[in-house]
Design a protein around this ligand. Structure first.
Ligand SMILES: [Zn+2]
Length: 299
């Protein structure tokens, strides 16, 4: 098939989840073989969206060129991959991609109705000669890449969580990314929130852009702390253990979000792989290690 790009510009704006910084983002069509590149318009620095540019993977994926960084690229990278976009220029005037509603839904709802523009050049798929995997023995996480005719992704997550249990999720090229993967929002365990806040992360987090999981039965004091943390007076914990701010789109929405992240992080190998990519307990660190390994193993 031929390469594809956007038919027009799309603009988004908002605060980043981790830095809290407010950014304006413009997705733009780009020529054949351009790939996906971020441009920090405030610094006039271009950063190709490649695993070799990844500089941080704690809670989100950051790419950098010199002192210029773009934080939390993975949801946007996932959206562009799910839609089948080969080439796009992404202009941003601050450090972090807006978190929007914590998923990839706003991107796909904007772009999908317009369709894509077919370009005068064949898509060059990324192919591998043999299966490989990366492992983290400390966490037990792994990502495996198996050569195949079709691109597909699968995850199994086990957080040792009473609320989440074990969840699985899959997506194959041409399946419904827009309806089944893109709307799945990021999530956080309540007991991690104070730790993250103390490290200066989740500055842009609020109750509208993350699913909050309350692992242990919540005391009144815990609920009061929660309300204070979010600056909202009336929050409760649902019987299933989620904070009552949002309703889940799917029972395994958190597992599906891990799938969304995996698709976005693996796109940093620079294109569309002809491979089955499976992951156990994936996170940005292991995902980025896998996309880096993939970069070095391209046929
Ligand atoms: Zn995510």
């Amino acid at each position: 098939m031929n390469q594809q790009t956007l038919t027009r510009n799309y603009t988004f704006e908002g605060r980043g989840l981790h830095t809290g910084k407010y950014a304006h983002l413009t997705l733009m069509p780009a020529p054949v073989d351009y790939g996906i590149r971020f441009v920090r318009t405030d610094l006039e620095v271009e950063i190709p969206a490649l695993a070799s540019k990844v500089t941080r993977t704690d809670r989100s994926t950051t790419i950098s060129e010199g002192d210029a960084s773009v934080v939390t690229v993975e949801h946007l990278m996932s959206a562009l991959t799910g839609l089948g976009v080969d080439n796009a220029r992404i202009e941003i005037d601050n450090e972090e991609v807006p978190i929007l509603d914590g998923s990839a839904e706003r991107y796909v709802r904007a772009i999908a109705p317009d369709g894509l523009q077919e370009q005068d050049g064949e898509r060059v798929y990324i192919e591998f000669t043999e299966e490989f995997e990366v492992r983290d023995d400390q966490t037990g996480s792994w990502v495996r890449v198996t050569p195949s005719d079709k691109m597909s992704f699968g995850v199994k997550v086990d957080f040792n969580s009473r609320v989440l249990g074990v969840q699985t999720a899959h997506w194959t090229e041409n399946a419904d990314y827009v309806g089944q993967v893109a709307p799945c929002r990021t999530f956080v365990f309540f007991h991690e929130l104070e730790f993250l806040a103390a490290r200066g992360l989740v500055k842009g987090g609020d109750v509208d852009n993350a699913i909050v999981i309350v692992e242990h039965p919540a005391s009144k004091e815990q609920i009061d702390n929660m309300c204070k943390f979010f600056g909202q007076p009336r929050l409760a914990v649902t019987p299933k253990g989620y904070l009552s701010n949002i309703r889940l789109h799917f029972p395994n929405e958190c597992g599906r979000h891990k799938l969304l992240d995996l698709i976005g992080d693996m796109r940093l190998m620079g294109g569309f792989p002809k491979a089955v990519i499976t992951a156990y307990k994936p996170g940005h660190t292991i995902n980025s290690a896998a996309s880096r390994a993939a970069l070095s193993k391209i046929k």
